[in-house]
Design a protein around this ligand. Structure first.
Ligand code: PLP
Ligand code: COI
Length: 343
């Protein structure tokens, strides 16, 4: 078998069915041994907990082909840990972190012909998902679950790749204060679907959500955290008063890269909407978004335009982007433990 014949440079961010997936089921208080299977379909009870009370959480990470032809993943230990945290918040059983990493290795290896080549602009998106398959009718956690990982090759999340996008300040909320915004649960994305369809109809690429309690502070977007660069070149990263921002692995990595590799000053702090116009650059960061530059925010018709403009990434975001993707693609030396080779 060789690499699949795909037009790697032009695939978008959508599902392409690949050959193998990993499945493990939880029953009688324990996970089974798990296996690689070709069956992409799931058969479950009409009364499965996921269908009624949305007991589901997921993860997202990527596999990359490096310049020297290795297949690597980026900090999968942090995805394993975050899924444990998501499961705990939703009263689901934990999928052990070492087994999570082992399952990622197995499913990527089985699908290695689907890992896009180095330099193609595409990567292999890895989607672990866990959901309640057991019957529930009263509101309570189920007692049976499935953990599954499938993979799909993807291109850029936003059309146009690294071109700046325009986002809007949303009138909807994605997460309640002290609710589930800090975990990766499908229910948060259900909350955001009407808002994103509305934003797209209006011509915006994403929604910026404010803190739901006061609508004063910047939180994050529907599918990525936010970073800013101020007039002194400091990286400014919004914090939440109500713990309703997803702890992005990309954002945590960018903060480390900025401080320890690029020698930048970093402020992780509360950021008011009213101060955003003083910033020079803005980006959205996440596994899917990588670092996507924002050229403009539309706040109810008022435009906040960043100095970096609508043509290209601003200089600081570009440096962060090149260093982060350089690490992921094996061109820049990675901090210890960040790169996990699939052998
Ligand atoms: N925030 C939201 C709401 C997301 O869906 C994602 C995507 O995973 C992120 C932030 C970025 O997180 P990460 O960098 O871990 O992919
Ligand atoms: C990711 O970046 O992995 C996500 O889950 C975001 C999603 C909107 C695709």
């Amino acid at each position: 078998m060789g690499k699949k014949e795909l037009d790697w440079a032009n695939i978008g961010f959508s599902y392409i069915k690949t050959d193998y997936r990993y499945v493990s089921n939880y029953k009688d208080g324990k996970w089974d041994d798990g296996e690689i299977t070709t069956d992409a379909n799931i058969v479950m009870s009409e009364d499965a907990g996921v269908l009624h009370y949305a007991q589901e959480c997921f993860e997202g990470l990527k596999a990359y082909t490096t310049e020297d032809g290795k297949i690597v993943t980026f900090r999968p230990d942090l995805n394993a840990k975050r899924m444990v945290d998501s499961a705990a918040r939703l009263e689901m059983p934990q999928f052990p972190e070492d087994r999570f990493i082992d399952a990622v290795e197995k499913v990527v290896k089985a699908n290695q012909d689907w890992v896009p080549p180095f330099g193609s602009g595409a990567t292999l998106y890895i989607r672990p998902v866990m959901f309640a398959t057991g019957n529930v009718i009263g509101v309570k956690p189920a007692d049976e679950y499935q953990f599954r990982i499938f993979v799909t090759p993807v291109g850029p999340y936003f059309k146009g790749g690294a071109k700046p996008i325009v986002v809007k300040i949303s009138d909807f909320d994605r997460a309640a204060p002290h609710g589930t915004g800090n975990i990766k649960a499908g229910l948060n994305y259900a909350m955001s679907l009407h808002a994103i369809v509305t934003a797209h109809e209006e011509g915006f690429a994403e929604n910026v959500y404010l803190d739901a309690a006061t609508r004063t502070y910047i939180e994050e977007t529907g599918g990525a955290n936010i970073i800013f660069v101020d007039e002194n070149g400091t990286l400014v990263v919004p914090k939440s008063h109500s713990d309703s921002i997803l702890p992005s692995i990309t954002r945590r990595s960018i903060v480390y890269v900025a401080e320890n590799i690029l020698g930048m000053k970093v402020e992780e702090r509360y950021v008011k909407l009213e101060e955003v116009s003083s910033f020079k650059e803005m980006g959205l960061c996440g596994t899917a978004a990588v670092i996507s530059p924002v050229g403009k925010i539309n706040d109810h018709g008022k435009e906040i335009c960043f100095a970096s403009g609508m043509d290209e990434m601003g200089p600081t975001i570009k440096k962060l982007y090149e260093t982060l993707t350089g690490i992921q693609m094996g061109k820049v030396e990675a901090p210890a433990g960040w790169i996990h080779e699939i052998k």
